[in-house]
Design a protein around this ligand. Sequence first.
Ligand SMILES: [Zn+2]
Length: 309
Amino acid sequence: MTLGRRRRRREMLRRLAELDRLDAAAPPHASSAWRQPPSYAVAAPPRRRRGALVPLVVTLAVTGGLLWVRTAATEQVDHVATLLSPADGRPAPAADAMASRLVPLPIAPGGSGGYTSVAENALGPATWDPCRPVHLVVNGEAAPEGADAILREAIDLVAPAAGLRVVVDGPTNERAQEGRPAMDRARYGNRWSPALVAWTTPSRDPRLDGDTAGIGGPLSVEDVTGRLRNVSGIVHLDGPALTEILRQPGGRQAAVAIVAHELVHLVGLGHVDEPAQLMHPSNEGQTGLGDGDRRGLARLANTSCARGV
Ligand SMILES: [Zn+2]
């Protein structure tokens, strides 16, 4: 390693820290208690005329937030919550849905850290069914070395705290794209598309442009009770950026934290303005879940088996 390279790395870390400070100062909301920033609201699906053909994906709710950033202080969005309209084109009931939860309900720790949910309606936050596995498929077109182990480690961090069994089904040739369909019968059969973890590039998903190292979020649909249920989703990771991060001292932990942060978006939490939480919009060195993150995940986990999705 040359001195020049080291200097560039120091410069990058310095700018990162600078940006973190900027970011920490940006959203003015209080953080000691759970709250729902208006920007996280998901618009209600439009009324559907009977018999009319409507697009399945109705709403793309985005939250403002600076992501796990690398350089410039531009506004970035790193999580998306997509809401499907009811009734149209639902797949067959999941064959592996059980009558009771698969993983013990996590215990919410004490502390004062906050959390937010990424999608919510009057009945509560959008949650995954704790009684069936969350399926992931992985596209590795721009994966850094050791990507599978990094993903595994991030899953092992998030899944027990979320009270979910997360299963990696294996690789897929489905590449990251904006507006991913909720179902892809040719690839995955008559079911919701498994959540896509894509090690990809900003050219494939422009939402990874600039400072955003990853983007994640669930796809939700109302179940028969009107509750929002997450049935699919995405985690898109900037492969070249993570490859660079992995070259830094402590880079592996940072990479695991970035993937875990996006997985927590997939599970259903949004950002909080507290640097000690993994769900702070930028990373200030936190590598594990904070008390607020854990309480938020425990709240999402505390739900019944989903019906009718
Ligand atoms: Zn985020």
